[in-house]
Design a binder for this molecule. Sequence first.
Ligand SMILES: Nc1ncnc2c1ncn2[C@@H]1O[C@H](COP(=O)(O)OP(=O)(O)OP(=O)(O)O)[C@@H](O)[C@H]1O
Ligand SMILES: [Mg+2]
Length: 371
Amino acid sequence: MKLNFLPNFSKFFAEDMAIDLGTANSVVYVQGRGIVIFEPSVVAVNQKTGQILAVGEEAKKMVGRTPSHITAVRPMRHGVISDFEVTEQMFRYFIEKARKKRFLFNMRPRVIVGVPVGVTEVEKKAVIDAGRSAGAREVFLIEEPMASAIGIRLPVQEAQGSFVVDLGGGTTEIAVISLGGIVLGKSLRVAGDKLCEDIMQFVQEEYKLLIGERMAENIKIGIGLAYSSEGKNDNKAATAGNKKDKVIKRDFKMRGRNLVTGLPEEIVISEDEIRRAIEKSVRQIVNEIKMAIEETPPELIADIMHNGIYLCGGGSQLRGLDELIAKETRMPVKTVEDPKTSVVRGAGMVLENLDQLKEVLIETKELEPPK
Ligand SMILES: Nc1ncnc2c1ncn2[C@@H]1O[C@H](COP(=O)(O)OP(=O)(O)OP(=O)(O)O)[C@@H](O)[C@H]1O
Ligand SMILES: [Mg+2]
């Protein structure tokens, strides 16, 4: 006979967590408490000693304001661990910060972690190992688009097709979900970071101006545009002050260093220029979505035509992206509320409803729902 004492006991002393260690942002959900952490996935490392000086918000603040031997490391690349030791430290920091020390001793938590669709066995093992050595009692994995779909309350367990695109910092994940599983999943290493790189490259080529990653991201968030229904607005001179335009165009004052003179310079760039700068990458994303649609079984396509394509992840906030995808796929496209937390909200819902939802986890062998 199985004793129920242990699960009760563990629920009382351990607070299980859901963690989305994203390329750009890390988000932590604690059972019964909701989202308690949202911080950048950045670690400040002293390169001379290898010592970790700060993690998250604190580390991001230090960037560019510290001696050169202190660097900001982003240990996740394209949604997977690229620097194991630094990831483990970051993992530990988030687990420790999220835990409420209510008792003299606390049991180590069980943790559900979001991973990109189609990660290799080696990559999965790296996440499990990093989580365990960071203080988790057990680590379970969930594919990020599945978590997102649950987070935005799509009927993932029904015999009905749900189509989710999660455009993050490092990867764009595309998934068709039905009956609690991913029928078709794709992960493209073109997402928010790549768009920033495109902007940096464009500015360097067109204006001989060197700008930093943060400036490029500010430009993207400020005036980034995937598609303009005005269409043929390729006029380089179009700026906010141009009265001939029916729609007021946005522009952005960017600061950087002129590569020829070596001196700081301020240049105004328009949204049309940014649209052109990121066009190729945006097209790659749209093409991948179209390919996923082509590969989807016809019954599910009928559902998706009715329900629409759901866009989540921070990158989905790029202006005009929903319109462009709708035009290219001829499907309704829906953006979601709070797109950067859908993965962790979904993984959190799995934690809270393990009985009904544990089939959606990748690793379920050892997992018993708390009594
Ligand atoms: N308004 C906006 N317009 C365009 N992009 C945006 C906007 N706001 C945030 N982003 C981008 O969203 C990305 C971060 O999104 P998110 O937090 O979902 O990524 P992540 O989960 O950390 O990454 P991944 O899932 O790839 O590991 C960044 O590239 C950021 O620049
Ligand atoms: Mg993500």
